[in-house]
Design a protein around this ligand. Structure first.
Ligand SMILES: NC(=O)c1ccc[n+]([C@@H]2O[C@H](COP(=O)([O-])OP(=O)(O)OC[C@H]3O[C@@H](n4cnc5c(N)ncnc54)[C@H](O)[C@@H]3O)[C@@H](O)[C@H]2O)c1
Length: 258
């Protein structure tokens, strides 16, 4: 596949999970990929035409360095996937302000800083591609509808959803498209953590029963795979999505269809 041949992508939080799968899906379409994470992402990078760069998405200096690295290693930047994120559950009344802020720092400020520093680099090369440059922000079904104990996470993912739309309108004339992706529960480290956190509330029984009940909430009857989200990311990054911007794309097994 050579759909993304000549393109350079930067994927955050790509050491594992949805980020790693997205890096691989973009590379499979011919893109060169800068794999970034606070964890070691050299395994992901080694499996594709890519390189690993240590990058904390909450640091503006790290963002400046990461975009510079994409230019130095691969000659520019065409695609950004803002994927890095964290999840935890807690009642609002028991949530420490510093914990709430830390989640917004990673899940929201990380996306803001990514767009701020990547847009000029992406716009500089966007005219040469039919579908322009592309940014894909990973939100969640939690950015569409609420549920108990996840106010901090919903706040962060709802912010990503609307920041995506506002930014997309701002840069459409530069031929840079920005869309958000909203996964249901996906079988990753974060997905397992979510099951454990739900199980700890005791509302659905033990870990196995909790998993079964959470899976059943998705009309397709199971959790998603990282590749299910990665395929959507690769589509939105490609010229096949040339007329899509400021839009939200669900990969949730029907969870929010009701
Ligand atoms: N797994 C799910 O059920 C699910 C559902 C909806 C949305 N999402 C979203 O998808 C994205 C990826 O989730 P995942 O399931 O692959 O999670 P994961 O925990 O498996 O991977 C997340 C990655 O982000 C990295 N990361 C965390 N903080 C970072 C920081 N400050 N700077 C750089 N990297 C950082 C982690 O090191 C990790 O490699 C997240 O934004 C998450 O909120 C996941």
């Amino acid at each position: 596949m050579s759909e993304l041949k000549g393109r350079v992508a930067l994927v955050t939080g790509a050491a594992r999970g949805i980020g790693a799968a997205s890096a691989k899906a973009l590379a499979a379409k011919g893109a060169k990929v800068l794999v970034t994470d606070v964890l070691d992402g050299s395994e992901t990078a080694g499996a594709i035409d890519g390189a690993y760069f240590r990058h904390d998405v909450t640091s503006e200096n790290d963002w400046i360095a990461a975009v510079a690295e994409a230019k130095n290693q691969f000659g520019g930047l065409d695609i950004l996937v803002n994927n890095a994120g964290v999840f935890w559950m807690k009642p609002i009344t028991e949530t420490a302000l510093e914990d709430f802020r830390r989640m917004q720092q990673i899940n929201v400020e990380g996306v803001f800083l990514g767009m701020k520093h990547a847009i000029p680099a992406i716009a500089a090369r966007a005219q040469q591609w039919d579908g322009g440059g592309a940014i894909v922000n990973i939100s969640s079904v939690a950015g569409i509808s609420g549920s108990p104990l996840v106010s901090a996470y919903c706040a962060s993912k709802g912010a990503v959803r609307l920041m995506t739309k506002a930014a997309a309108m701002e840069v459409a004339a530069l031929k840079v498209r920005i869309n958000s992706v909203h996964p249901g529960i996906i079988d990753t480290t974060m997905g397992s953590q979510l099951v454990e956190d739900f199980a700890a509330t005791g509302a659905m029984g033990g870990a196995n029963e909790t998993r079964t009940q959470l899976a059943a909430r998705h009309p397709l009857g199971h959790f998603g795979r990282d590749i299910d989200v990665a395929n959507m990311v690769a589509f939105l990054a490609s010229d096949a999505a040339a007329f899509s911007t400021g839009a939200e794309f669900l990969v949730d097994g029907g969870l929010t269809a009701n």
